[in-house]
Ligand binder design. Structure first.
Ligand SMILES: Nc1nc2c(ncn2[C@@H]2O[C@H](COP(=O)(O)OP(=O)(O)OP(=O)(O)O)[C@@H](O)[C@H]2O)c(=O)[nH]1
Ligand SMILES: [Mg+2]
Length: 221
């Protein structure tokens, strides 16, 4: 890809999220999912990794998705339309976190079932962004998620979060560690983006990546 192509994609990514974005649907159970429609991308990751915050940063909204210091904030699949609902070209799906030890067993089991059913059975889902805390790197529950996505042949990409809280000297090692963890994983997109929802670092790059994904699917130009 030439520099001009990359710049154009970045501009398209920016424009995509500069327009209307709104909450359209919450699903607590698998039979409560919205009818399939436009392309979807989903945000998965350990509890408290910053999924809801990243969704807000990506769309330039402060409180579109609810965030919290307390793990377990997001308890449903929350769907957001990018564009005018009914004519939207993309949906963002904020998921509950995994690896959250202090919730009740029943709750964890019902969220897990819901997420697995959604991730396995949704043909409009183009990619899952698996968020990983930039301060900590990959943890066992992340590898379980990769296994699930590989076995479902569901395209996924890792987004590192909280770059502002990561020591400068750790940044490269964190990226390398993730790339190593993704090697030989068939459904993984072999590129990592390091973001901060706090400072906005990496957000334009993430928007560009989404624009590229959509244009590859013939959705955006
Ligand atoms: N410093 C910093 N803090 C962040 C960043 N992203 C998220 N946080 C904080 O991390 C905490 C969790 O953020 P959320 O966005 O609610 O995390 P989540 O992954 O949606 O959490 P669950 O819904 O509980 O799974 C909040 O206190 C955020 O303010 C970031 O880039 N930098
Ligand atoms: Mg959340």
């Amino acid at each position: 890809m030439t520099e001009a192509d990359a710049a154009e994609l970045r501009e398209r990514g920016r424009k995509l999220f500069a327009g209307n974005v709104e909450f359209i649907w919450a699903a607590a159970k698998i039979d409560g999912l919205p009818p399939m429609g436009p392309t979807e991308i989903a945000f998965a990751g350990r509890s408290n990794v910053g999924k809801s915050s990243l969704l807000n940063a990506l769309t330039g909204r402060k409180a579109l998705a609810r965030t919290s210091n307390t793990p377990g904030r997001t308890q449903q699949l929350n769907f957001f339309a990018v564009g005018i609902p009914g004519e939207e070209i993309l949906r963002l799906v904020d998921m509950p976190g995994y690896g959250f030890a202090s919730a009740s067993k029943e709750k964890i089991s019902s969220w897990t079932k819901l997420m697995h059913a959604y991730l396995r059975g949704r043909s409009s889902l183009a990619r899952v962004y698996v968020l990983v805390d930039g301060r900590h790197g990959l943890k066992p529950p992340d590898l379980e998620m990769f296994d699930l996505l590989d076995s479902s042949a569901m395209s996924y990409q890792v987004i590192l979060t909280k770059k502002d809280e990561c020591k400068k000297s750790d940044i490269q090692a964190r990226v390398d560690g993730v790339l190593e963890g993704l090697a030989r994983r068939p459904a993984a997109h072999p590129e990592v983006i390091f973001t901060s929802s706090e400072t906005g670092e990496g957000i334009a790059e993430f928007q560009e990546g989404i624009a590229r994904l959509l244009s590859e699917r013939g959705v955006l130009g």
